[in-house]
Design a protein around this ligand. Structure first.
Ligand code: ZN
Ligand code: CU1
Length: 186
């Protein structure tokens, strides 16, 4: 993270902390605000330049040291989040709400908390890395999308590594089934 981003983050945190004091006392630690995607940003998982690719993006602000990680796709964000060293961490996570923005060019005003979002897995719409997870703030929007583009609606906590490679996994399974049947006849 560069210095400008860090200063900006600290300023945002300070403002949020002040606001929290006047309101809910339970809200001791403020959640950092989303950071905008900028040209030249690289995906933390695959290293691709994120700009110019369709589909929802992801970002994480790490729990411990508030480092910003950006991801070319929700798929790559989950590939990182589901790693054993991240799975139980309270990283702040953002994804685009695709009900609010254009699939081809998602706008950062549509970033929402990924942990509260609904995801369509296995649809026909492609992200930066091919098959991806379409993210939505509202479950009804996710259902509408799944009706139009196929796939299954899942909550954040329901996503597993198996969901990240659905397209590829199904093809290889088909091939293996065929071989297993052939060999079994001997
Ligand atoms: Zn990536
Ligand atoms: Cu990539």
């Amino acid at each position: 993270m560069n210095r400008t981003n860090l200063n900006w983050l600290i300023a945002v945190l300070a403002v949020l902390t002040l606001t929290a004091c006047s309101g809910d006392e339970e809200q001791a630690i403020a959640k950092p605000e989303p950071v905008h995607f900028e040209s030249g940003d690289e995906c933390h998982v695959c290293g691709m330049i994120i700009e110019g690719f369709p589909g929802p993006k992801g970002e994480a602000i790490t729990e411990k040291d508030q480092q910003v990680r950006k991801f070319c796709s929700t798929r790559d964000m989950f590939a990182w989040v589901l790693q054993p060293e991240n799975a139980n961490r309270d990283h702040t996570l953002y994804v685009h709400d695709m009900a609010q923005t254009d699939w081809q060019d998602p706008n950062d005003t549509a970033l929402i908390d990924a942990r509260d979002a609904f995801f369509v897995v296995g649809s026909d719409r492609k992200g930066a890395m091919g098959p991806t997870l379409a993210s939505f703030a509202e479950q009804t929007d996710a259902s509408d999308f799944a009706t139009e583009h196929g796939g299954e609606v899942l909550a954040f906590k329901e996503i597993t590594m198996d969901h990240l490679n659905t397209g590829m996994a199904m093809h290889s399974m088909d091939g293996m089934d065929g071989m297993a049947t052939g060999n079994g006849d001997h």
